[in-house]
Design a protein around this ligand. Structure first.
Ligand code: SF4
Length: 621
């Protein structure tokens, strides 16, 4: 059989599809006589845009849509399959974008892209069919649905005998049923992980039998009735997930006219699921779909997979797609990567309660960028979202990352049921003290995501009002069907109002603006004194803590302490001197908070200055 694995926009351009790469390996092992092709519809779309607009729409614009518009579905709308919306030129959707405050630049871009999408869908469908595949398999996650549906529909119109299969995150659970039910040109939907079921499906297609035994499969029987096999409750064992093949991506990207705009990277999977979510799923998180079960790979195998891919594809940038790093990797994988000869540049998602030693280990293992799920700096709000970390821990992490030149991506989330204005007043008043630490990309009201605890249990405080409004501009389906297919939902607003959110956003904007030129560093002086050089914009000052007990107190506060525990520590070192006593420390610490040298997280206090760092590199965004 000839199988075409298709990866449509808006998958990122700078790395290959892990899902398609893994399926290639699986098929080549289990069905060696099959020919597997990959169609990189995302790269083709970026090339098409560059060509047709004579360079006006580049991969930079592609990334703007791909990285920033998921929560209002602009990427999907570009390929939207609602005819009604197409004929009305999408006026309703544009009105919606205006109402929610999307910038005119993005609106103009989205309109232009949409005008070009019909021609691309036609071109794409014919290109895929030109290789005469028996089966075309679409991998769809995030904003890949509409482009995949449009191309699948056109392929079926041109070649009714070509079998269309959908799989990927957008097909999980009810979403897969809804896709199969509402789009009859999709022959099969593979729900859940596909490493075992996709090759089984190919066997069944070839023999015409055995569809009923494939877990999670949506199919039609001889009477054309829709059949949904139960989705497996048992996740695929991680040892059954082979290393991906990325040959066709690198062959294509290295020859592509968009190559000059992007730096290709490798993607690997060290683990699936989330070990924290197994214990206490963050209330807003739907990331792991219907399978939270945590599984991680053999570190030896992982290192050898990375090494051979680095050699083969001549690429040192590596993205680990794990939702959370396995804590065991700190003693297994990371030391191996540290001792490796390769000058890798790795990206990892981690939990934010790392220790200082773990931050150093990441850095030593050539991790240069982490996504630590900081989400908030307020312990009460972090508790509401069951994040399992405190504001103090988050501040410490930001400080250690600054000292280690470890780049950080994070977002400030708000809108949690039970949060109060005072939780934010406290943070907003202290943000100017943080300008030397890595800022969040912005602040966002949480969305109601399928599979999240807020979605599953309305008693947690968010009432589901149905599929997010933008879906009605993408599909001509009833509200019920949209709700079956959607990942994002509208919900009753909870938590802080928009005025408080605006104050937060304004402070974050100043933080983002000032970060590249702000430092706050401390230096030990003779006699136990401490010099703190404050080069945070727009103020520049120097402070000397002359009293050695208070200088010591400042050092102790790097750990984030209450006044009483600080006092105990100082008494154990200096005896019952006045500067060690709680009353004295209380007023001194408050003065340090007012100077922006110490961060207050309820009853805990954390020193903010960092060790001097001559190699400081600032990357923002
Ligand atoms: S937000 Fe991160 S840590 Fe929390 S459940 Fe989701 S994947 Fe796990």
């Amino acid at each position: 059989m000839k199988i075409s694995l298709v990866n449509m926009p808006w998958q990122a351009l700078d790395y290959p599809s892990l899902a398609c790469g893994i399926l290639q390996t699986v098929i080549s092992k289990l069905r060696p006589n099959d020919e597997v092709l990959e169609y990189h519809g995302n790269i083709k779309w970026a090339e098409y845009l560059l060509e047709i607009t004579s360079g006006d729409i580049t991969p930079i614009e592609y990334n703007i849509i791909s990285d920033n518009t998921f929560y209002y579905g602009a990427g999907d709308w570009v390929f939207g399959i609602a005819e009604k919306d197409r004929t009305s030129c999408g006026k309703d959707y544009i009105g919606y974008l205006t109402d929610i405050g999307v910038s005119n630049d993005i609106i103009r871009l989205v309109i232009n892209l949409r005008k070009l999408s019909n021609e691309f869908v036609e071109r794409s469908s014919r290109e895929i069919l030109s290789t005469k595949p028996d089966v075309v398999g679409f991998s769809t996650t995030f904003m890949q649905n509409a482009a995949s549906l449009q191309v699948a529909k056109r392929i079926k119109e041109i070649s009714s005998g070509t079998t269309i299969v959908f799989g990927g995150g957008n097909c999980d659970d009810q979403q897969g049923l809804a896709l199969h039910r509402n789009f009859p040109f999709i022959d099969f939907v593979v729900r859940g992980e596909g490493e075992e079921t996709f090759p089984q499906l190919l066997d069944a297609i070839e023999s015409g039998n055995g569809f009923e035994q494939i877990m999670g499969l949506c199919w039609r029987n001889r009477e054309k009735q829709i059949v949904h096999n139960e989705q497996s409750k048992h996740p695929v064992p991680i040892w059954k997930v082979p290393e991906p093949i990325y040959d066709s991506y690198f062959e294509m990207i290295n020859q592509s006219p968009i190559r000059g705009y992007i730096e290709p990277k490798l993607t690997f999977e060290g683990a699936r699921g989330c070990w924290w979510g197994e214990k206490s799923q963050c209330t807003f998180c739907g990331l792991n779909g219907s399978s939270m079960a945590f599984r991680s790979k053999d570190p030896e195998l992982l290192v050898s997979t990375i090494e051979s891919a680095v050699k083969k594809y001549q690429t040192l940038d590596v993205i680990m797609v794990d939702n959370i790093i396995d804590t065991k990797f700190f003693s297994t994988l990371l030391p191996k990567l540290r001792d490796d000869d390769w000058d890798l540049r790795m990206h990892y998602e981690v939990k934010s309660n790392l220790s200082e030693e773990q931050v150093s280990m990441l850095k030593d293992a050539k991790v240069f960028h982490i996504q630590p799920g900081i989400e908030s700096l307020n312990t009460r709000v972090l508790k509401l979202m069951k994040k399992g970390v405190t504001g103090t821990q988050n501040i410490k992490l930001l400080r250690w990352c600054e000292e280690s030149n470890l780049d950080v991506s994070w977002n400030y989330l708000y809108g949690f049921p039970g949060e109060e204005q005072t939780d934010y007043d406290d943070i907003i008043s202290q943000i100017s003290s943080l300008h030397h630490l890595h800022p969040p990309a912005g602040a966002t009201r949480i969305a109601l995501e399928r599979f999240s605890p807020y979605f599953e249990d309305s008693s947690l405080g968010l009432t589901n009002l149905g599929a997010a409004k933008f879906y009605r501009y993408l599909y001509e389906l009833s509200d019920n069907e949209l709700a079956e297919m959607a990942y994002l939902f509208d919900a009753t607003r909870q938590g802080i109002d928009e005025q408080v959110a605006l104050r937060l956003k304004r402070e974050l904007e100043k933080w983002i603006k000032n970060y590249p030129t702000s430092t706050l560093e401390y230096f030990a002086l003779p006699g136990g004194q401490l010099l703190i050089e404050d080069r945070r914009m727009p103020n520049q000052k120097e402070y000397i803590i002359e009293n050695p007990i208070l200088a010591r107190a400042y050092i102790e506060l790097f750990n984030g302490l209450t006044i009483s525990s600080l006092s105990k520590k100082l008494i154990s070192q200096f005896g019952h001197q006045e500067a060690c006593l709680e009353d004295f420390l209380s007023s001194w610490i408050n003065s340090q908070v007012n100077l922006g040298l110490v961060f207050r997280d309820r009853e805990r206090f954390t020193s903010l200055a960092t060790k001097p760092n001559a190699q400081r590199i600032r990357i923002v965004g």
